[in-house]
Structure formats: C-alpha cells, structure tokens
Design a protein around this ligand. Structure first.
Ligand code: 5AD
Ligand code: SF4
Length: 351
C-alpha cells in the first residue's frame, strides 16, 4: 500500500477524520525509523493540542499481590510459589493514600491481584475513606460481578483500569486461561455503563502476537472509546512459563502508543512503568509520542519488591517523594504537573 502523510495531516485526521483504517494502522505499525518519526510527531501534536504541557501524576498503591488467576506472563500468577505474598490492611492503604495526597497527588490508584480476601465490600470502605482526601480514585482489581462494580462506583470510585491485554481471542485464551476476551469486553462495557472512566490497554510483544493483532488492539480501544489506555512492552518474568520468551520491542510499543493517541485524542495515556523498565528514558520517550500521564509507584517499601508483575518494576520509582521527583523530571521536558483531578477532557457526544 502506498500511504503518503505528514505529521500535520495525521494529527488533523485524529480530530476531523476520516478515522485511520485497519490497513493504515497496520502500515504504521510496520513503519521504519523515518516514517515512525512522522507518526510520533503527529501523536505529540495531538497530545499537545488536547493537554498542552500538562502531565497528570497518579499515585499507585499495590495493596495485595495475592491472585487467584494464572496468567502465563505475570509474576503474581497463583502457581508462582516462589513469590512471598502480602496483603496490606485497610488502614495501611488509607495511610499510603494520605501520604500520596500530602505529596500533591490528585489521583490515587488502588491496584491488586484478584484477591478474594479483599472483598468489594471491604474495598468500598477504603474507597470512601480515600475519597475524603479530595482525590480521584481509580481502581484496578480485575474482573468482578456487575453488582460489585456498581457497589464500588457508589462508594465513590471514579475510574477503573482493566487492560484487555490482547484483542486476539486465541492468544488471550492461551495467556489468560481463567477468563476470555468476551468476558473481559463485557466487564469493560459494564464499567462504561456504570459511569466509570474506563481504561483498557495491552502488552506489546507477547509471544505469538502478530502486528495484525496489535492493529486490532488499537481498534478495540477506539471502539470502546476508552478514556484511558495502558500500553507497555511484555517483559518476561523468570518464574513464569514465559520466562525464556523474548521481551517486547520498545520501538513497537511507542508505535502502538502513538497510534492509540491518534485514535483516542482525548484519552489519558500513561507513559507506563514497563516502557521505562524496557528502555532507559522510556517514559520520557513515551511522553514525546502521545502519553500525558505518569503513574509513580507509592506502595510502601516493605511490600514494593513483592509486587513483581515483571522484573525491574520495583526499582523504577525509587524516590521517597515521587511527586517532587517527577515534577522535576517533567520540568526538564518542558512539561508541568496537572493541578486538577485530571479527568479525560473528551467533550460529551464527540468521538
Ligand atoms: N510484562 C509486562 N507487563 C505485564 N503485566 C503483567 N505481567 C507483565 C509482564 N510480564 C501488566 C498487565 C496487567 C498490568 C497490571 O501489568 O498488562 O494488566
Ligand atoms: Fe493476576 Fe493480573 Fe497477574 Fe493475571 S495479570 S496473574 S489477573 S495480577
């Protein structure tokens, strides 16, 4: 396919269409350095037009590393017996949230494995406490029943992150044997219906993942009209069945991110921790091709090493005051830190 474009033309299409076709997305996923630069510039233009220099910081608290699931790629999978498990108490979670809010964070993200001991009822009590701090609350605790999502929304949760991981149904079934892409999509639709700002997202470079299926990932997120999307490279964890697989390419990850920005101009897109672990300066690189969010880890140090989704994660945000640290790091990029709660600015009714 012959496809001529400038960054300005691509950026304009993000707002006024026509939307990128599957073929165009695939073409751009195959782009070499030179064409990728145009894609990256277009994504940066779109990001700048919607958000200006503002980057939102979200404090993430990983409050339990117990998981009932057995995803093949993840260090928290239930069959990883080498990992010591921890579960923070409600009080510890609220204290960590208070510390984050006092540093200046305006969003607290509560994430855990799918831990049955942390019932939706208990979590709802924590959400109510954290909401008293005047911050936005994002949850990321996996697949729940509709009623449980409703209960947590009622308790005050504003957003929910549930990456779809891969839009390839067979690959999904192989990598996540406890669930299915259909169930995942249903959860995401429930979350939308309940009024959560909803986050999908995928890993890039999973074993057996094709460029075609990455194009489907981008289309999946566009179709869902996700308000958030987390995109990061796959990083093999030695204590999983995929321990010897090759890691995802940082370059390809940035292309998926940039394409997602072109398809979802108003979405909050984090420069993910995995992007920073896979490549030195990776989070800065992501902020230059579409990302507008950073999610520093503020989990208490005694637990942090144990939230081992992939190696290197615990070392990514070593500074005791993550907010001040990132404020400085962003300043070096000419960016400022968002002062408000940082909801997606998508005008109602707009695509
Ligand atoms: N490499 C990269 N990302 C991973 N995640 C889990 N395991 C890995 C890994 N080995 C991501 C998944 C999950 C998020 C919390 O972490 O996408 O949704
Ligand atoms: Fe559990 Fe999530 Fe890891 Fe799967 S990816 S094993 S659901 S923590």
């Amino acid at each position: 396919m012959e496809f001529c474009f400038t960054a300005e033309e691509l950026a304009k299409r993000a707002f006024s269409g026509p939307p990128l076709t599957r073929e165009e997305i695939l073409y751009l996923l195959r782009a070499g350095e030179e064409e990728a630069e145009i894609l990256f510039k277009a994504a940066d233009l779109v990001r700048a037009q919607v958000f200006g220099p503002v980057v939102h910081l979200r404090a993430i608290i990983e409050f339990s590393n117990f998981c009932r699931n057995n995803c093949l790629y993840c260090g928290l999978r239930r069959e990883n017996r080498r990992l010591p498990r921890y579960r923070m108490s409600a009080r510890e979670v609220v204290q960590a949230a208070e510390e984050a809010a006092s540093q200046g964070f305006k969003t607290v993200v509560l994430q855990s494995g799918e831990d049955p001991c942390w019932t939706p009822e208990r979590l709802a009590e924590v959400v109510k406490e954290v909401k008293k701090l005047g911050v936005a609350v994002t949850l990321s605790v996996g697949e729940l029943a509709y009623e449980d999502y409703a209960l947590l929304k009622e308790a005050g949760a504003d957003r929910y992150l549930l990456r779809h991981e891969t839009a390839d149904p067979e690959l999904f079934a192989r990598l996540k044997p406890d669930t299915s892409l259909t169930k995942r999509r249903r959860c995401l639709e429930w979350l939308k219906e309940l009024g959560y700002e909803t986050g999908a997202g995928c890993m890039v470079g999973l074993p057996g993942q094709s460029l075609e299926s990455l194009a489907e990932d981008v289309l999946f997120m566009r179709e869902l009209q996700a308000e958030m999307a987390g995109i990061g490279p796959f990083i093999p964890h030695p204590d999983t069945p995929l321990g010897k697989a090759s890691p995802g390419s940082p370059f390809l990850t940035l292309k998926v991110l940039a394409l997602t920005r072109l398809c979802l101009p108003y979405a909050n897109l984090p420069a993910t921790t995995a992007t920073g672990v896979a490549q030195k300066g990776g989070r800065e690189a992501a902020l230059l091709c579409g990302a507008n969010v950073v999610m520093p880890d503020v989990t208490p140090h005694r637990y942090r090493l144990l939230y081992q989704l992939y190696p290197g994660k615990a070392q990514a945000d070593p500074h005791p005051n993550a907010f001040a640290y990132w404020q400085e790091r962003l300043q070096a990029l000419g960016r400022t830190v968002g002062q408000d709660l940082g909801f997606s600015p998508r005008p109602r009714g707009a695509s």
